[in-house]
Every structure is written in C-alpha cells, then in structure tokens.
Design a protein around this ligand. Structure first.
Ligand code: SAM
Length: 210
C-alpha cells in the first residue's frame, strides 16, 4: 500500500490534475508520506486527500502541496524559504529537496516534536522548526525568497510581507471556511502583485501558540 507503484499512481493523478514541474513530481514520488501520518492511516497516505495528524489538524492534500510548491518555486531554485504551519512536516520535507534551507514555524508544540522526528528519521538536515506564532514569521532568518502559509487567513499577514525578499513570492490560502482562494503575492520594485490560483480549503491560521 506504500509501494513505489502506489506512489507512481499518485504522481500520475497529480500530472493529470495539471502539475507539470518534474522536480515537484519527483519530490512527491520520493517522499514517504506514510511516515508523516499515524500507522493506522498509512494505507491511505497515497490517496490524494488531506488526513488527520492529531490536535485537530491535517496533513494537506498532495495535489495542494504540489500546486503551492510549484507556484512558490516559479521554476527557480530558491535559497531560503519560510513555511508557516508545518503540521506533520510533510510540506517542509517536500521543500527540503527543492530549496537550500527551510525555516518552519508551528504553533502546536506536540506537532513540532513529531515533525522534527519525522524529518530526522528521513535524514533531512536543511529544515529548522520553531514553536511559535508563524504569523509573526521568523525575522532572524529573513529575508526569504519564498514564504508558504499552510493555514487560511482573511488577510495577508503584514509581518510576513515585510520578511519577503525583493522578487520573493508568498503563497497562501486567503479567506475562511468554504470561501478560500490560494493566492500568490510577489514583491516587486513597485510593491506587491497579487494573483489568484484556485479554490482551496485549509484549517485557519490562529494567533498565539497552543
Ligand atoms: N503543511 C502541513 C503538513 O504538511 O503536514 C499541514 C499544515 S495544517 C493544514 C496547518 C497547520 O498550521 C496546523 O498544524 C496548525 O497548527 C498550524 N497553524 C495554524 N495557525 C498557526 C500560526 N499562527 N502559526 C504557526 N502555525 C499555525
């Protein structure tokens, strides 16, 4: 159920869904998603669906992880990326093979410990995870070439825009409940350019830590 063929099937599904970036598809194929969920859910890990990871949170649907990652990279190799809401650590693991350094912030401490364990088990050494309110970013390592927010908010957090490098891109679900759109915000010399990508459904970005 976690075999190479099962993973290839998932990649095929993403390709059919419009994901064409070969590096992103390879990262999805080569990252063992079943190690990021409870054993009881391992047999469903290569379905294209979000799954519970405890504390009322979810590991995102592979298609959305691929779509957001593809939009973040824009065909380039980025140096430094911030993820807000790293949950199980799966999105960070995908990013770790595509960018030089990943900084991730998660507000629920039990998830932080588990995500670190998952990444350690895979030998990933270019992801750092901090327990905290990701809406405030991680200013010590800014500016970031890319920022990916894995939880929905009605507004683009100003602190995060400030931590975006010139030409950097921020990807996030904007909105709430059923009414959310994945957007891309690019920092340009003139300011910020916003583009809508597609409808999505994420858990909310919550202030403070849990
Ligand atoms: N990308 C994750 C993965 O691959 O497993 C899934 C992320 S889950 C959809 C959203 C995560 O955002 C949850 O773990 C939640 O605790 C976290 N979160 C929500 N608000 C946050 C905040 N202000 N700062 C940091 N993390 C936050």
């Amino acid at each position: 159920m976690t075999s190479r063929r099962t993973r290839e099937r998932l990649v095929e599904r993403l390709r059919t869904g419009g994901i064409s970036n070969p590096s992103v598809l390879a990262a999805i194929r080569d990252t063992p998603r079943h190690l990021f969920v409870d054993e009881a859910l391992a047999s469903r890990a290569y379905e294209d669906t979000a799954l519970p990871i405890g504390a009322g949170q979810t590991i995102s649907q592979p298609y959305i992880v691929a779509r957001a990652t593809d939009a973040l990279l824009g065909g380039e190799r980025l140096e430094r990326v911030l993820e807000v809401g790293c949950g199980s650590g799966y999105q960070a693991a995908i990013l770790s093979v595509l960018v030089s350094m990943v900084y991730a912030v998660e507000r629920i401490s039990s998830l932080v410990y588990r995500a670190r364990e998952h990444l350690h088990r895979l030998g990933v050494d270019n992801v750092r995870i901090r327990h905290g309110d990701g809406a405030l970013g991680w200013p010590e390592h800014a500016p970031y070439d890319g920022i990916i927010i894995s939880a929905a908010s009605e507004e683009v957090p100003g602190c995060l825009l400030e931590q975006l490098a010139s030409d950097g891109r921020l990807i996030m679900p904007l909105g709430s409940g059923q009414n959310q759109t994945l957007i891309s915000v690019q920092r340009t010399e003139q300011g910020f350019e916003r583009r809508e990508l597609e409808s999505v459904r994420f858990v909310p970005l919550i202030g403070g830590t849990g």
